[in-house]
Design a protein around this ligand. Structure first.
Ligand SMILES: Cc1ncc(COP(=O)(O)O)c(C=O)c1O
Length: 461
């Protein structure tokens, strides 16, 4: 057997085992479906079990901020595992969790000084909702328990977080969910109602005021929080219109409703700051985060709350009766500290701020193609909306969308060497969020592949 034959037979073996035993997340399964098997990563590149390379155009899943293959993050994990791999934060503490909490509090705006660790984003969202409910029970407003979030927004899969998620198809199989989730419109300016279609600021005001309306409809005494992403992911990267968060902050203050900035994707440099609320000039009451905190070298999430929210729990006896065995895991905390060291040393946020306009300009060249309706996003986080007719913005029906996205685009982009996401949780979009170390070379490579594949898609339609 040659080396190639050995590699081939090993990967055939793995594929068979995957098909027999591995249950993918949000994945289709069936006789003809074998998941690509990724074995290695280096910088902005990933490799499959055949040795073929791909550009990681999505940082794994909006996670690998500093790129793949960083030995110092592996070493930080190993050092911590040797010294103390695990001890719970259940009434105990570890030096790394303490150091990390202080560091995140220092990065966070306003008086967001209290850090509650989880293992991921959905748990951070779940924790924030539970905190909001208990906070109001402790401070004399026990009826406040409902949440307003935006249509098509994704906030995770635990049943509370799923009730905050605004994607009906993701919720239907598991209903009834935790009661109390209500929707307001998202900030998709490309598809703004005609009255606001030419004035982004007025559109922002309109969308924000719908949140006030939802609070009024439900009764201000029953609503505890508004959950919003700085740039909404699902639906394809909707940035906030100018003035939007300023108005939302006013509304939350007026009704005594907590503003939760769900930064599971947007924090840690994705938009160019440690926390994206800073990019858009608002101070929330809670930040939820995960993903990029460790660049994915170990799982970790964090809910960061204001001093005001912590106060009722600081009396020596009241407990936030909530936690996760692995929340704030020592190895993950050590990795997060080392990851943030890389951010500081290499000026990752400054690099994103400097290169974001270059990324945007490169992607905007795709407007040449008739199928490209809208290119939108911020920082290193972009969505390209595909349309049937650019002049009318007509979108694809379900069957066309299925054929276009799953039938053609996903395999064609992968085949051409680009890992990204072709998504139709709203209208069809291709999403891009490359590692934050990317530059013009990677932007050009992404553009070339997209241009080729999207041209072909246009011809097939
Ligand atoms: C905004 C937002 N919130 C929450 C989550 C859930 O995070 P996790 O998958 O780590 O539970 C995600 C995941 O993509 C997200 O984008």
């Amino acid at each position: 057997m040659t080396t190639t034959d050995v590699a081939q037979s090993l990967s055939t073996d793995l594929a068979a085992k995957a098909k027999r035993h591995l249950w993918g997340h949000f994945a289709r399964h069936g006789a003809d479906i074998t998941p690509p098997i990724i074995t290695r990563g280096e910088g902005v590149t990933i490799y499959d079990d055949q040795g073929k390379s791909y550009i990681d155009g999505l940082s794994g899943l909006f996670v690998v901020q500093v790129g793949h293959g960083r030995e110092e993050l592996a070493a930080a994990a190993a050092r911590q595992a040797e010294q103390l791999a695990f001890f719970p934060l259940w009434s105990y503490a570890t030096p790394v969790a303490i150091e990390l909490a202080e560091r995140l509090a220092n990065y966070a705006p306003g008086d967001l000084n209290r850090v509650f660790f989880t293992t991921g984003g959905g748990e951070a969202v779940e924790s924030a909702w539970k905190l909001a409910k208990q906070y109001f029970k402790l401070t004399g407003k026990p009826g406040k328990h409902k949440v307003v979030s935006r249509s098509i927004a994704y906030h995770g899969t635990p049943q509370g977080a799923l009730a905050i998620t605004g994607i009906p198809a993701f919720k239907a199989p598991f209903e009834p969910l935790t009661p109390g989730g209500f929707r307001a419109p998202n900030t998709n300016f490309y598809r703004a109602p005609e009255a606001y279609a030419h004035d982004e600021k007025a559109f922002g005001r309109y969308c924000a005021d719908r949140i006030a309306e939802a609070i009024e409809f439900e009764g201000p005494d029953t609503v505890c929080a508004v959950f919003l992403e700085p740039v909404q992911n699902a639906g394809g990267c909707f940035p906030p219109p100018p003035g939007y968060f300023e108005r939302v902050r006013e509304i939350c203050d007026e009704y005594d409703v907590l503003l939760v900035s769900d930064e599971v994707i947007c924090a840690y440099g994705r938009i160019g700051s440690m926390f994206a609320c800073d990019d858009f000039g608002y101070v929330p009451d809670i930040i939820t985060s995960a993903k990029g905190l460790t660049s994915g070298y170990s799982p970790l999430g964090a809910m960061i709350a204001s001093d005001r929210l912590f106060e009722p729990f600081n009396d020596g006896k009241t407990v936030f009766g909530h936690g996760y065995t692995f929340g704030g895991h020592a190895v993950s905390s050590a990795v997060a500290l080392a990851n943030l060291d890389i951010f500081e040393r290499e000026g990752i946020n400054a690099h994103v701020k400097e290169q974001a306009p270059v990324f945007k300009a490169t992607l905007e060249k795709l407007y040449d193609l008739p199928i490209v309706g809208d290119v939108r996003g911020e920082g290193f986080f972009y969505g390209i909306e595909l349309v049937k007719d650019k002049a009318t913005k007509e979108t694809f029906n379900d069957e066309e969308s299925e054929r276009l996205l799953r039938g053609f685009l996903t395999p064609a982009l992968w085949e051409a060497g680009l890992y990204c996401r072709a998504d139709d949780r709203g209208d069809p979009v291709v999403q891009l969020a490359p590692p934050l170390i990317s530059g013009q070379k990677e932007f050009d490579a992404i553009y070339d592949i997209l241009h080729g594949v999207l041209s072909e898609a246009g011809r097939l339609l």
